[in-house]
Design a binder for this molecule. Structure first.
Ligand code: T6T
Length: 326
C-alpha cells in the first residue's frame, strides 16, 4: 500500500495580487518496479507545455520502473488526435495519459479505450463526462482567468476596454480560462468593458490576424488576456507590429521561451505559468497506483506561478518557465 505525501505548492506572489495554490496529493514511489506500459498522448506536439509535462512523465516513470511512449498530433485538433488514440488502444498498453483535444469529440473514443481494459488518466484537459478516468489532473483554469483580470486591474487601474484571445470553443482548459476572465470583467462593474472574445485555433498567425482586426475595430483597447501559449505569442506579435507594445497590457497564460522573451522585452506584462512537470509526475503516479490496486485521487489541482519582469529571473521564476527539452 503506497503512503501519501501532502505537497503544498505555493505560487510566487508577484504584482501583489492573489496567489492560486494547488494542493497535490501524490502517491509515494514504490520500490518493486512492475514495468507498467504507459502511453502519454499530448494535446499537440512541439508545445513547451506538453514537452515540460513529458519531462515530468518520463522522470516519474523511470523512478517507478514504468515504460513510457509519447505520442501527439501535429495540431491541437481532435480529428488528428482520435486516430492516434485508437492506434494506441489497439496496442493495449496498461494505461494512457492524455490531454483530450475536445470535450465532446474525445468522449466516446476515451470511453472505448477504458472498455478495452486500459486505465485512463486525464492530464491538463478533460471531456464532458470524465467518469471513466482514474484521475483528472490540471490547473484551476477558471481561477487562472480570474487571476488574469486581477492583474489587469492592477496594471490598468483607470479601466477601459479589454478583450480575450482564446483557442477554440470545446477545449476545457482555455474555455474555463476565458470564462474566468470575462466573468470577472463583467462582475467588476462599469469601469472595464469586455469588447470581444476571439479565437486563435492555436495558431500564432491567426491570433495575430484576429488581434490586428480587433485593434482596427477598437483602437483604444487597454488590455488583452491570451489564454494559452500560441495565442499569447500571436497577440504579442500583432501589438508589436502596431507599435503599441507596453501601451496595451498583455496577460498571457503559459510560460514558454518565446513568451518569457516577450515578458522581458516589455511586450507582455504578466504570464500565468502552470506546473506541467508536476501534472506529468502526478499523472504517472495515479496510473501506476491504479494498476497496483492502490488508492487514487479523482481530481488533482496543481498551482500557478505569476511571472512578471520583477521575478522572472529569480530562482522560483526560472523554475516556473517551460522547457524546450528535458
Ligand atoms: O495552455 C496549455 C494547456 O494547458 C492547454 O490545454 C492547451 O494549450 C497549452 O498547451 C499551451 O499551448
Amino acid at each position: 500500500m503506497g503512503s501519501k505525501n501532502l505537497i503544498k505548492r505555493t505560487a510566487v506572489a508577484a504584482l501583489g495580487i492573489g496567489v492560486v495554490a494547488g494542493l497535490s496529493l501524490g502517491v509515494a514511489p514504490v520500490a518493486n518496479a512492475a514495468g507498467e506500459n504507459i502511453v502519454f498522448i499530448q494535446g499537440v506536439k512541439g508545445d513547451g507545455f506538453y514537452i515540460t509535462m513529458d519531462c515530468g512523465v518520463r522522470a516519474e516513470a523511470k523512478k517507478l520502473g514504468a515504460k513510457v511512449t509519447t505520442e501527439g498530433p501535429a495540431k491541437f485538433d481532435a480529428t488528428l488526435q482520435r486516430p492516434i488514440l485508437e492506434a494506441v488502444v489497439a496496442k493495449k498498453p496498461d494505461a494512457i495519459l492524455i490531454a483530450p483535444n475536445d470535450v465532446k469529440a474525445m468522449q466516446k473514443p476515451l470511453e472505448a479505450a477504458k472498455k478495452a481494459g486500459i486505465e485512463i488518466v486525464l492530464v491538463d484537459t478533460t471531456v464532458n463526462n470524465p467518469k471513466f478516468a482514474v484521475s483528472e489532473i490540471s490547473s484551476n483554469n477558471l481561477a487562472g482567468g480570474e487571476q488574469a483580470f486581477k492583474a489587469v486591474e492592477q496594471l490598468v487601474p483607470g479601466g477601459g476596454k479589454v478583450m480575450a484571445m482564446g483557442v477554440r470553443p470545446g477545449i476545457s482548459t482555455t474555455d474555463a480560462r476565458d470564462k474566468g476572465f470575462s466573468d470577472a470583467v463583467k462582475a467588476s462593474g462599469s469601469k472595464y468593458t469586455f469588447v470581444s472574445q476571439e479565437y486563435s485555433e492555436n495558431e500564432p498567425a491567426i491570433a495575430a490576424q484576429k488581434m490586428t482586426a480587433a485593434l482596427a475595430k477598437n483602437p483604444d483597447i487597454k488590455a488583452v488576456f491570451a489564454s494559452n501559449l500560441f495565442s499569447a505569442q500571436g497577440v504579442a506579435t500583432a501589438i508589436k507590429q502596431a507599435g503599441k507594445e507596453g501601451k496595451i497590457v498583455i496577460i498571457g497564460f503559459d510560460a514558454g521561451p518565446d513568451q518569457v522573451k516577450a515578458l522581458k522585452d516589455g511586450t507582455v506584462q504578466a504570464l500565468i505559468a502552470q506546473q506541467p512537470y508536476d501534472i506529468g509526475v502526478q499523472g504517472v503516479q495515479q496510473a501506476v497506483a491504479k494498476l497496483k490496486g492502490e488508492p487514487t485521487e479523482k481530481k488533482i489541482t496543481t498551482g500557478f506561478t505569476i511571472l512578471t519582469k520583477k521575478n522572472v529571473d529569480t530562482k522560483a521564476g526560472k523554475a516556473a518557465q517551460y522547457r524546450a527539452k528535458c
